[in-house]
Write a protein that binds this ligand. Structure first.
Ligand code: SAM
Length: 350
């Protein structure tokens, strides 16, 4: 059996592909030794394509208003305990300005699905950011919109868009999002690709009732979609949601998923996410060692930061000051990595 596992891992490493059945077999039968081998190959693969550079993205959580009902999320529309905020255009621009002076060349504008931010308002913000800071990339992460909306945002100058598919299991998707469907989420991802965005998809690790078959399907879905970016992180319960009593996803399972994704899509941009750093203090290092190559320090003004509460004990890796950024860079150096402040486009675009 061990021989077969090594063969499958080598196939992942050399061919960047594995069928669903083989992925299930691999996940069912990994042991310490074979797991260490797989993680090592993911580490080598990241080094081959990106070296020890870790791309830095300045995250701006610009609104926590949300019309969606995602059961797991602390800012869902039903959570009456959430203290809502919405950053003004002026606020967003001055946050970008602080980030720009610190050296960031990618800004990620993330928010709930807030109807206030019409296409017109988003396009105006994107256009102004791109005019003022001509060498930055703008990543949007604001949920499901029509293909037409994505098109105008792209034309306004946005470069990338993050929209996790969350889970490839349609029944679980429906349970987690009672009034939405996996099909429309996937349709949005295809629209984003079609529109020319560098597109990011991804899923949560450790959702209730998840099986290795589900993980294998998530991995296959991503392999076939070929996004430029993949965001995955553990599910972490939020005390004001109906999922407050479910168990969080584990560090080890998330790290394993990162490593397999690095092997399936060697050039993909793969963040060691905030959720991973929140679930365990060693999360960021372990994520990077398993092939991740991006981190997203938080630029959201401190007065809002606590209110963008997606899950409990969210780690706040702030970089609002030079001092805070220096500490993040030192942390990376202590792990043997180096912060890269450039735009950091995906090498899949080369
Ligand atoms: N509204 C946008 C969207 O739907 O893509 C972006 C904001 S949404 C809050 C960003 C991501 O947070 C989601 O894709 C989801 O995977 C993650 N998230 C929300 N609640 C979470 C939780 N309790 N645990 C882990 N991740 C969570």
């Amino acid at each position: 059996m061990k021989e077969k596992i090594y063969k499958l891992i080598n196939q992942l490493y050399f061919e960047h592909d594995l069928m669903e059945e083989d992925l299930v077999y691999l996940l069912d039968n990994l042991e310490d030794e074979t797991r260490t081998y797989l993680l090592g190959l993911a580490y080598d693969t990241r080094n081959n394509h990106y070296g020890k550079a870790v791309y830095m993205r300045g995250l701006i959580e610009f609104t926590n208003y949300c019309k969606r009902e995602c059961k797991y999320c602390g800012i869902n529309a039903y959570n009456k305990d959430a203290k809502r905020y919405r950053m003004s255009k002026k606020d967003i621009l001055s946050t970008c300005s602080i980030g720009y002076k610190l050296g960031f060349r990618t800004f990620v504008l993330q928010g709930g699905e807030d109807p206030y931010f019409t296409d017109k308002r988003i396009c105006d913000i994107v256009r102004t950011v791109k005019e003022r800071f001509s060498d930055v990339a703008v990543t949007l992460s604001l949920g499901e919109r029509s293909r037409e909306s994505y098109k105008v945002m792209k034309m306004a100058g946005a470069d990338r868009f993050l929209l996790r598919h969350e889970t490839s299991n349609p029944d679980l998707y429906r349970w987690l999002h009672p009034f939405s469907s996996l099909d429309s989420r996937i349709e949005c991802l295809h629209s984003l690709k079609y529109t020319g965005f560098q597109t990011g998809a991804g899923f949560m690790v450790g959702l209730p009732w998840y099986t290795n078959r589900d993980y294998a399907r998530d991995l296959r879905f991503l392999k076939e979609l070929e996004p430029e970016m993949i965001g995955i992180g553990p599910f972490i319960p939020h005390s004001s949601t109906s999922m407050k009593d479910y168990r969080p996803g584990s560090l080890d399972q998330t790290v394993l998923m990162l490593a397999i994704l690095r092997l399936l899509l060697p050039k993909v941009l793969l963040p060691a996410t905030t959720a991973l750093a929140s679930v365990d203090t060693r999360g960021r290092k372990k994520g990077l060692d398993a092939g991740a190559n991006v981190i997203m320090p938080n630029l959201t003004p401190l007065r809002y930061r606590g209110d963008y509460s997606l899950y409990n004990n969210k780690k706040s890796t702030g970089s609002e000051s030079a001092e805070a950024l220096k500490m993040i860079k030192q942390e990376l150096e202590s792990y043997g990595y180096m912060a890269d402040m450039s735009r950091g486009d995906s090498k899949m675009c080369d």
